[in-house]
Design a protein around this ligand. Structure first.
Ligand code: HEC
Length: 144
């Protein structure tokens, strides 16, 4: 009898320990993935990540440029009309794979002056500085 109680107590103790270590572990994981999430490029995180690897073998320089290009894309409001991945509007074409269809030269021209390439273009000309345009186009060219 006394032996049984000890066994039950032991079993409970083990369960409690198990539960405590589980929840503790989960909390740690949540904290970690939370902070990783913040570090990602928002909007097109997955795409730009794999694009950077494809083009530069994961080179730091390329990653920095892609990130800047992505920031220009976000601050210029392109996603009002364009989708990359699952995010963005659908007034303009989906840009998730625009790097397959358009050269960097074409994109540099059409972003500032869409009618230069297509007289019937509906996209409004975008007011973007030379430097921002350079990074933006590099970013878009890598979306494949
Ligand atoms: C008001 C909506 C709108 C905004 C804002 C907009 N676009 Fe567009 N975009 C379009 C439309 C519509 C087209 C399709 C061609 C046309 O009618 O001009 C297009 C076409 C394009 C194309 C060619 C796509 C292809 O498949 O050939 C690129 C690249 C592009 N836009 C990039 C951008 C970038 C970069 C920005 C932000 C700086 C931007 N667009 C902002 C509407 C927009």
């Amino acid at each position: 009898m006394a032996k049984n109680i000890t066994f039950v107590q032991l079993a409970i103790a083990i369960m409690v320990l198990f539960l405590v270590s589980c929840t503790g572990g989960n909390k740690a994981d949540q904290g970690k993935s939370g902070s990783e999430g913040k570090g990602q490029v928002s909007g097109a995180g997955g795409d730009s990540g794999s694009a950077a690897q494809g083009a530069g073998g994961g080179s730091q320089q390329v990653a920095v440029e892609v990130k800047r290009g992505n920031e220009v894309y976000i601050k210029s409001g392109c996603s009002k009309c364009h989708k990359i991945g699952d995010e963005g509007g659908s007034i303009g074409p989906d840009l998730s794979k625009v790097g397959q269809r358009r050269t960097m030269e074409e994109m540099s021209t059409l972003i500032r002056d869409p009618k230069a390439l297509n007289p019937n273009a509906n996209m409004p000309p975008q007011d973007i500085s030379d430097e921002d345009l350079k990074y933006l186009v590099r970013y878009l060219a890598m979306l494949k």
